[in-house]
Write a protein that binds this ligand. Structure first.
Ligand SMILES: Cc1cc2nc3c(=O)[nH]c(=O)nc-3n(C[C@H](O)[C@H](O)[C@H](O)COP(=O)(O)OP(=O)(O)OC[C@H]3O[C@@H](n4cnc5c(N)ncnc54)[C@H](O)[C@@H]3O)c2cc1C
Length: 470
């Protein structure tokens, strides 16, 4: 017999929470959504200040999953999507070096001696590893040294990973690296351009446009996420769930789909879970992200969308060049330069530690050091994301499995969805698919949300080409 869901509650109005609500609505079930922040879209929201729109992380839309592509297509009409051929670069020794790394550039762009040292180190590491892929258990440093050779690893990846993870690369697991970091492209075919491979879609007004459209679609069915409604307690009395909001309001339902960070969920659970589960949750870590979006009146023609800045001379880890993502992110007719500088905060750091003024000074100083300058600043906007990255350390799988098994055994009507909800390094499509599978599984379909995003291959390989019009 099909299980009954009469009164589902959803925690979080990011991609996972909104997708869960849409899936439930398709099955004729009305949910209630509680969102801590003042926006829908979660990490993939678009934040605005006047006509300047900020994407906190440069969200590419690509997927291998038909169901996800169909949902995106149903939410925004074709004229609201742009197709972007991403070009990325790393700024090293004052040079913009294309990323994915291209062998020819590495050998020529930074001088003969550096090129030869890099090649020697690369060939040595390849000989040592016997052309076998690095094992998943390797640290990031071991993985990077094997993949790129010590010299190029240290030049391009060590400093960047230290900044983004705020940790020593020896202590970082490498299982995400095969998914996220591309190998060197050796320039075998004539006129091959690595950037041609990196094509994705992007909503004209940033990723949040899709999630605003999802909220609008839900509103047609009378489902309106309750914003500024942080869930502080998640109680189960044996039959019914009660969420306590920070305002003190109580709401009850029969099933909960939670995309709030798993660590916070375990802390909020009543009855309190046993010590070993609480200890496992306490060991889950997250990194934060601060995006400082700077609009400069002067025009700087930077021919890249993403610029990685591994150098120690600047604090910024990566820069988004918004003009390249979509002209819709800046006011009509804007002819300046609009950049998003990303600052990564470690697991013990606090994204609220510094005020906007201090962050603005750092960002402008970094722009000066990089030679982009801050002569004529039109506007600065700071966007903080405290739970930007669930950390994949060596103990992560064990801790998550311990919590998941406990919750599944004791609370079958509590379903975890999404990136922080399941503590995985998900893209939007994974977060959405986990929500789709979670709802479907609840209705008895033979799918498993925990099987989403478990493959180790490079994420963009095999993405749906037709979806980007290729
Ligand atoms: C820098 C960066 C770049 C990225 N680039 C890409 C990309 O190129 N392509 C891509 O597809 N994905 C990208 N992602 C990943 C994408 O942002 C996430 O996969 C996606 O947003 C996850 O959706 P979610 O709903 O699971 O979680 P979230 O987006 O984190 O949403 C969770 C929601 O829950 C709310 N919440 C938390 N706690 C509570 C509580 N106690 N009560 C109520 N609400 C709560 C939060 O406020 C949030 O709105 C990027 C992420 C980052 C940080």
């Amino acid at each position: 017999m099909e299980p009954q869901i009469k009164n589902p509650l959803i925690i979080g109005a990011g991609p996972a929470g909104l997708t869960a609500a849409l899936e439930l609505a398709k099955r004729g079930v009305t949910s209630r959504i509680y969102e801590a922040s003042g926006n829908v879209g979660g990490l993939a929201r678009t934040q605005s200040n006047g006509d300047f729109l900020v994407d906190s992380g440069g969200h590419r839309f690509f997927t291998r999953y038909e169901k996800v592509a169909e949902l995106w297509n149903s939410l925004l009409p074709p004229d609201q999507w742009t197709t972007v051929r991403r070009r990325s670069a790393m700024v090293v020794h004052g040079h913009y070096v294309r990323y994915p790394l291209v062998g020819r550039d590495l050998l020529t762009q930074m001088g003969f001696r550096r090129g030869m040292r890099g090649l020697g180190s690369f060939l040595w590491s390849r000989t040592r590893r016997g052309m076998q892929p690095a094992g998943d258990s390797a640290s990031f440093r071991a993985w990077g040294t094997e993949e790129f050779g010590r010299y190029w690893y240290e030049m391009f990846f060590d400093g960047y990973v230290r900044k983004t993870w705020q940790a020593d690369p020896d202590g970082i697991a490498s299982d995400w690296a095969n998914q996220r970091i591309r190998s060197i492209v050796w320039h075998l075919r004539k006129r091959f351009d690595a950037a041609d491979q990196d094509v994705f879609r992007y909503p004209r007004r940033g990723p949040g446009q899709v999630w605003d459209a999802a909220a609008a679609q839900l509103a047609v069915d009378g489902i309106v996420p309750a914003l500024s409604s942080r869930v502080v307690k998640v109680r189960f009395d044996g039959q019914e769930w009660t969420l306590e909001l920070h305002s003190g309001e109580l709401v009850s339902g029969d099933v909960v789909f939670s995309s709030m960070p798993l660590r916070s969920l375990v802390r909020a659970l009543e009855p309190t879970p046993p010590q070993h589960v609480r200890a496992a949750a306490a060991r889950l870590k997250y990194r934060g992200l601060i995006t400082v979006a700077v609009a400069l009146r002067g025009r700087h023609d930077i021919p890249f969308h993403w610029i990685y800045t591994p150098s120690k001379s600047v604090e910024v880890g990566r820069i988004q060049n918004y003009d390249r993502w979509s002209s819709g992110l800046a006011p009509d007719g804007w002819d300046g330069t609009f950049l998003g500088l990303e600052y990564f905060i470690g697991p013990d750091g606090d994204v609220y530690e510094h005020d906007d003024e201090h962050l603005t000074c750092i960002a402008l100083e970094d722009l000066r050091t990089l030679g982009i300058g801050d002569s004529d600043v039109e506007q600065v906007m700071v966007v903080r994301s405290p739970f930007a990255y669930p950390i994949c350390d060596a103990a992560r799988d064990r801790n998550v499995a311990r919590i998941r098994n406990y919750l599944l055994r004791n609370y079958p009507t509590l379903r975890l969805v999404g990136r922080n909800g399941m503590h995985r390094y998900d893209n939007q499509d994974h977060a959405m698919l986990s929500a789709m599978h979670s709802v479907a599984q609840y209705f008895g379909d033979d799918v498993d949300p925990w099987q989403v995003n478990t493959d180790r291959g490079y994420h963009e390989a095999g993405l749906l080409k037709k979806e980007v019009g290729l």
